[in-house]
Design a protein around this ligand. Structure first.
Ligand code: NAP
Length: 326
């Protein structure tokens, strides 16, 4: 699988094509719900905010519009109390127009992020970070999402929507790691039986990604700040997924020839440009596949978020009025 000649364009895992496929499918299903008089709604909550969360909010709002999902912005000041934040989340939980809520990180350090994500109803926890969603995922009750729908034909009959719901009425997978697995599969990267190294162990990215790769039967190693000799782990890896936020952490001499590299990190450089965790110049010529930053994991994350929002709306519609879905 090594990239003969180091042609860095032929081995690029762009997220744009996959994201376009996902969005086209979401758009069609949103339109179908619209014909039933149902609008799909996504709430985005920013508390304080940074340049990167502002950028993410704006991008998500504009991409949502392209698939017909209505967005509701909740911009709370940096000084908002936990009580105010949770009251706003309770309002969103009760709001019938809203099917999913994404809280943009980072949030002010004085606020316990677990209190915030756990206030979101599991049915609306479309980034799967609340304790109920994490528990369902760890228990493999919502893991079905990362497998082909055909694997579930026996569970819910012929309709894909009905099958999803038959598998789990709620319990969404975190969008970024789910997007990484989809991207690897979209480009035909074999996961089963391979050595995968995930760098980073956050609840939003590294940890769930490691569990998903494990579910796909990779042999998984998780590295973090205290891991000794990162290069020794990377040298054995067929798949490297990095989510640290440390630019230039992974260099070409640390990876095995032909490894597939997924760069999840987003770092804003002093000149305002974006860079990942991977030193693209030295790593790309050795990699079988590599994601660019930007344009790799990011677009798939947003497309997956919209897909989860749609699924939440479908679940809600089906639970209230069965038989209206295709
Ligand atoms: N593309 C996307 O859609 C997307 C989505 C979400 C996040 N991101 C990006 O992904 C990155 C990670 O996000 P996150 O939320 O997971 O961040 P996070 O919560 O800060 O976690 C970073 C992880 O990286 C580990 N780490 C930091 N420095 C390291 C080093 N030198 N060697 C090995 N491990 C190291 C940390 O280890 P310890 O646990 O030991 O501290 C931690 O587990 C950020 O750049 C973020 O912007 C991208």
């Amino acid at each position: 699988m090594a990239n003969a000649g180091g042609d860095i364009l032929s081995n690029l895992m762009s997220g744009k094509r996959l994201a376009a496929d996902i969005k086209a499918c979401v758009k069609k299903r949103v339109e179908h719900l619209n014909t039933m008089g149902i609008d799909v709604g996504l709430a985005l909550m920013q508390i304080g905010g940074t340049a990167s969360s502002e950028q993410y909010l704006k991008t998500t709002v504009s991409v949502s519009a392209t698939v017909g999902i209505k967005t509701y912005e909740y911009r709370l000041p940096d000084t908002a109390s936990l009580n105010e934040i949770i009251n706003n989340i309770h309002d969103i939980n009760k709001d019938e127009r809203i099917h999913g809520l994404l809280v943009l990180f980072p949030i002010p350090r004085r606020i316990n992020p677990r209190r915030v994500v756990n206030a979101i109803l599991p049915e609306k926890d479309i980034d799967g970070l609340g304790s109920v969603s994490v528990g369902m995922f760890a228990a493999e009750e919502s893991m079905f999402q990362i497998f082909d729908k055909d694997d579930f034909t026996s569970i819910g009959g012929k309709s894909p929507a009905a099958r999803d719901i038959a598998c789990a009425p709620h319990g969404f997978l975190p969008c970024t790691p789910f997007g990484v697995v989809r991207l690897l599969e979209f480009y035909g990267v074999e996961i089963k039986g391979k050595n995968a190294v995930v760098i980073g162990k956050s609840l939003a990215v590294g940890k769930p990604l490691a569990l998903m790769l494990l579910a796909k039967e990779a042999t998984v190693t998780i590295c973090h700040k205290s891991s000794e000799d990162l290069a020794a782990h990377l040298k054995r890896a067929d798949i490297v997924c990095s989510a640290t936020g440390v630019s230039g952490l992974i260099k070409g001499d640390m990876i095995k020839d032909g490894a597939a590299i997924v760069d999840i990190g987003i770092n804003i450089m002093p000149d305002g440009s974006f860079a990942g965790d991977v030193d693209f110049k030295s790593v790309a010529p050795k990699a079988s596949f590599i994601t660019p930053v930007p344009g790799g994991v990011g677009p798939v994350t947003i497309a997956t978020l919209l897909e989860n929002t749609l699924r939440s709306a479908q679940n809600n519609a089906l639970l209230k009025t069965p038989l209206i879905l295709p």
